[in-house]
Ligand binder design. Structure first.
Ligand code: VG1
Ligand code: CO
Length: 542
C-alpha cells in the first residue's frame, strides 16, 4: 500500500559538482534523504514500470538509504530496482548497469573522495538513462522541487536482504540483488587485451593497487588478482569499510602516501595505482614517477589505439577547463577535436553521446571513455597496463618519450581547505572585478595576457553554464585558474590550478615545484591568497 507522508522542505538540497553531499548527521534528520529522493522522482517523467539502478560506495548510511529508496521507488511506480550485493556499486559500474539493462536511471549513494563515518560525509546523485550524471537542467529542477516539497511516497514493506543474490517483490515491484562486479569485469575484458596483461604480469612485472578501503576492493581483487593473475596482496586495503578505515579515500600524495612511499622507495614495483571512495578516480605511479592526472589523460589518449577497444582510433578528446593543456597537444598532433568543459563529469555526457569525444579527463584524477558515462578508475589502470604490456617500457620511459614528442605541461593544483566561506567568496569577487585591468600587468616576471571567467556553451544542447572559474593566461602560455570547490560539506575550498608549458626542446625533467615557483608567487600577488585567507601555504598539493 502506498503511503503519502507529509513533509516540509529543507532549503539546502542544492546538488554541487557531483550530487548532493552533506554530513551524515544532516542526512540523518527525519525526512531529509526522503525529501531529496522524492524531489528527484518528482522531476522525472514516464518512468512507470521502468528500471531504477541503486548502489553506493558502502559508506556509513549506505544500507539504510538504499532500503528507503527501494520503498520509495515502489511507491512512485518503478517496475524494478537493480541493486548491487551489499548495496555496493562503484560509480562506473552503476553507469554500466544502467546502460546494459536499459534502466531509466539510477541513484548512486556516495560522497566519493570525501571521508565517511557517522561524523563525516554522505551523498546522493541521480544518473540518467545514458548512465551519466544528470545534467544541470535536471539538477536545477531537483533543487527547485526540493524547496517546495510537501509530501513523499513510500510503502509499508520490510527491508530486503541485500546480502543474497536474487529477486524479491516489494509491493508489486521487483528488486533484483545483482553481483556488482561481473558485468563490469566483462566490459573491461571486451576493451582490453587481458591475455597480454596476464603475460606481462606472469613475466615478473610487479604492481600494487591501493583500494583505500573503498569500493574498488572487490573489483580489483576480481580483475587484477583473479582474472589477470597478479599475486594475492597486489590489492591492498581491499575490503570496503563504512568509514574507509578512518582515512580520506582520496588518491593523492597526502592520503595515499603509503603508495607514494612504496613507489619512490627501494624495491619499488613497476606500477602503482589507487582509486577513490566510489571508484571513479585513478592515481597512476611508476617506479620513481608520479604521473599527473592531466599527463595521464594525454598519454592515454596518445596510446589508446594499443588497446583492442580503441584500436580504430578515437574521435576526440574532452577535458575540464582547469585540466592542463597536455591533452590539447595530443589532439592537435592526431588531428582530433579538443573540447574544453566546466569541472564535473556531467558536462562530458552530451559529447560522448554525440560521438564527439571518445576519451575525457579531469585534473582531479578522473579519466574515462565512451564505454560508460562516468569517469572510471580501474578502466584507467587497465588501459595503462594494456599500454605497458604492448610497449614493454617503464612508465618513466613512456612519459619521457611523451614529453619529447609533445612538450611538457608542468602542472599542480594547490587546495586551500577549510576556509571561511565569506573570505573565499571575497577573494573570488575581488579577483573577478580586477580581471579586466590585469592584462599587461607583470608580477614575478610573468605578464598577464587575457584574463576571463570561463563559461561553457554546450555544443549539443545549447545550454550555457556561467561562472565556471577565473582564468589568468600569461605571455608565453602559462596559466593560473581559480575556482571554489563544489563538493565540500563545510566551509570553502579554494582551488588554484597552476600550469606552464615547456616545448619539446626545453627542459623536460625539472622538478614540478621549481618549474612553477614563479606562478605560485604570481597567484598570491594577483589574488591576495594570504591577505584574504591568512594562509601562507596550501593544505594539499596534487
Ligand atoms: C571535484 C573535482 C572535479 C570532480 C568532482 C567530483 O570537484 O575538482 O574535477 O569532477 O570533484 O569527483 P570540486 O567542485 O570539488 O572541485 V568525485 O570522484 O568526488 O565524484
Ligand atoms: Co569519486
Amino acid at each position: 500500500m502506498t503511503l503519502t507522508i507529509p513533509t516540509a522542505p529543507f532549503l539546502d538540497q542544492k546538488p554541487g559538482t557531483s550530487g548532493l553531499r552533506k554530513k551524515v548527521r544532516v542526512f540523518q534528520q527525519p525526512h531529509y534523504a526522503e525529501n531529496f529522493v522524492q524531489s528527484v522522482f518528482d522531476v522525472l517523467d514516464n518512468f512507470d514500470g521502468q528500471t531504477l539502478v541503486l548502489g553506493g560506495d558502502g559508506r556509513f548510511l549506505n544500507r539504510e538509504v538504499i532500503q528507503t529508496a527501494i520503498r520509495m521507488a515502489a511507491a512512485n511506480g518503478f517496475g524494478r530496482v537493480l541493486v548491487g550485493l551489499g548495496g555496493i556499486l562503484s560509480t562506473p559500474a552503476a553507469s554500466n548497469v544502467i546502460r546494459k539493462y536499459g534502466a531509466f536511471g539510477g541513484l548512486i549513494l556516495s560522497a566519493s573522495h570525501n571521508p565517511g563515518g557517522p561524523d563525516e560525509d554522505f551523498g546522493i546523485k541521480y544518473n540518467i538513462g545514458n548512465g551519466g550524471p544528470a545534467p544541470e537542467k535536471i539538477t536545477d529542477a531537483i533543487y527547485a522541487r526540493s524547496t517546495v516539497i510537501d509530501r513523499y511516497m513510500t510503502v509499508d514493506a520490510p527491508d530486503i536482504n541485500l546480502d543474497r543474490l536474487g529477486e524479491t517483490q516489494v509491493s508489486g515491484m521487483t528488486v533484483a540483488v545483482i553481483d556488482p562486479v561481473t558485468d563490469y569485469a566483462e566490459l573491461m575484458e571486451q576493451l582490453f587485451d587481458f591475455g597480454a596483461i596476464r603475460e606481462l604480469i606472469a613475466g615478473g612485472f610487479r604492481l600494487s593497487f591501493d583500494a583505500m578501503h573503498a569500493v574498488t576492493g572487490p573489483y580489483a581483487h576480481e580483475i587484477l588478482e583473479r582474472r589477470l593473475g597478479a599475486p594475492a596482496g597486489t590489492v591492498v586495503n581491499g575490503t570496503p569499510l563504512p568509514d574507509f578505515g578512518g582515512h580520506h579515500p582520496d588518491p593523492n600524495m597526502v592520503h595515499a602516501h603509503e603508495l607514494f612511499d612504496q613507489m619512490f622507495g627501494p624495491n619499488a614495483p613497476d606500477f602503482g595505482a589507487a582509486s577513490d571512495g566510489d571508484g571513479d578516480r585513478n592515481l597512476i605511479l611508476g617506479r620513481n614517477i608520479f604521473v599527473t592526472p592531466s599527463d595521464s589523460l594525454a598519454a592515454l589518449a596518445a596510446n589508446a589505439h594499443l588497446a583492442p577497444g580503441y584500436a580504430s582510433g578515437i574521435t576526440g578528446i574532452a577535458r575540464s577547463m582547469p585540466t592542463s593543456g597536455a591533452a590539447d597537444r595530443v589532439a592537435h598532433a592526431l588531428g582530433l577535436p579538443l573540447h574544453e568543459t566546466p569541472t564535473g563529469w556531467k558536462f562530458f555526457g552530451n559529447l560522448l553521446d554525440a560521438g564527439m569525444a571518445t576519451i575525457c579527463g579531469e585534473e582531479s584524477a578522473g579519466t574515462g571513455s565512451d564505454h560508460v558515462r562516468e569517469k572510471d578508475g580501474l578502466w584507467a589502470v587497465l588501459l595503462w597496463l594494456n599500454i605497458l604490456a604492448v610497449r614493454r617500457e617503464s612508465v618513466a620511459a613512456i612519459m619521457a618519450g611523451h614529453w619529447k614528442r609533445f612538450g611538457r605541461n608542468y602542472y599542480a593544483r594547490h587546495d586551500y581547505e577549510g576556509l571561511e566561506s565569506i573570505a573565499a567568496e571575497r577573494l573570488m569577487n575581488e579577483l573577478r572585478v580586477a580581471l579586466p585591468a590585469l592584462p599587461g600587468r607583470t608580477t614575478a616576471s610573468l605578464t598577464v595576457a587575457p584574463a576571463d571567467e570561463f563559461e561553457y556553451l554546450d555544443p549539443v544542447d545549447g545550454s550555457l553554464s556561467r561562472a565556471q572559474g577565473l582564468r589568468l593566461l600569461f605571455e608565453g602560455g602559462a596559466r593560473i585558474v581559480f575556482r571554489l570547490s563544489g563538493t565540500g560539506t563545510s566551509g570553502a575550498t579554494l582551488r588554484v590550478y597552476l600550469e606552464r608549458y615547456e616545448g619539446t626542446d626545453g627542459i623536460l625533467d625539472a622538478e614540478t615545484a621549481a618549474a612553477l615557483a614563479d606562478l605560485v608567487a604570481a597567484a598570491d600577488a594577483l589574488a591576495g591568497i594570504t591577505r584574504h585567507t591568512g594562509r601562507t601555504a596550501p593544505t594539499v598539493i596534487t
